[in-house]
Design a protein around this ligand. Sequence first.
Ligand code: GAR
Length: 210
Amino acid sequence: MKRLGVLLSGRGSNFLAIARAIREQRLPGAEIAVVLSNREDAPGLAAAHKLGLPAFCVPSAGRSRVDHDAEMLARLHQHKVDLVCLAGYMRVITPDFIRAFPDRIVNIHPSLLPAFPGLDAQRQALEYGVKISGCTVHFVDEAVDHGVIILQKTVHVKDDDTVESLSARILEQEHIAYPEAIARVLSGEYTIEDRRFVSHENKALRVTAR
Ligand code: GAR
């Protein structure tokens, strides 16, 4: 079994999408080992308790990033986590944290990266006037919203979209994309090559085509 550690700060709908995918056997060989929130009042934390999962708050308020991440890491190790899934975890993590899980931290972001990194991605997309947006699941590296892309899903932006309506349509795609991306990472059938996340199958085809 591959053990997932889910980190969140708020609503937790992506966490619930992952939990549902496991229940529905769309993520074979995966289980949620622990859910960690940096906020006591995160609805996602309450939802995890309700599901009977090991779930803890590691409060970040008033603490240094290094100190907070050290406690987060200790919890992840204690629960023998293999893959860390950031699901609306609204904190930048330290280089030490990233080094502790090389290519084993994934994140979901509500835009087609590299467009619109950072906060309020859906508002940024609307204000820019793009006609297509979506979501990206990517590995986490030391730059914000920058790591190797695992997969993306697109949505059309409508003329009368508001931040709320666009966010809701992107979120539907997030709930599909995140479990699919985790399944690919855990499958062992993909590797990272020159910043690309490629399937072994396609790699074999490319080699024969040369
Ligand atoms: C999601 O839209 C996720 O993509 C976004 O926060 C929301 C969390 O929702 N994450 C980021 O913007 C990270 N840069 P959720 O708590 O319902 O999963």
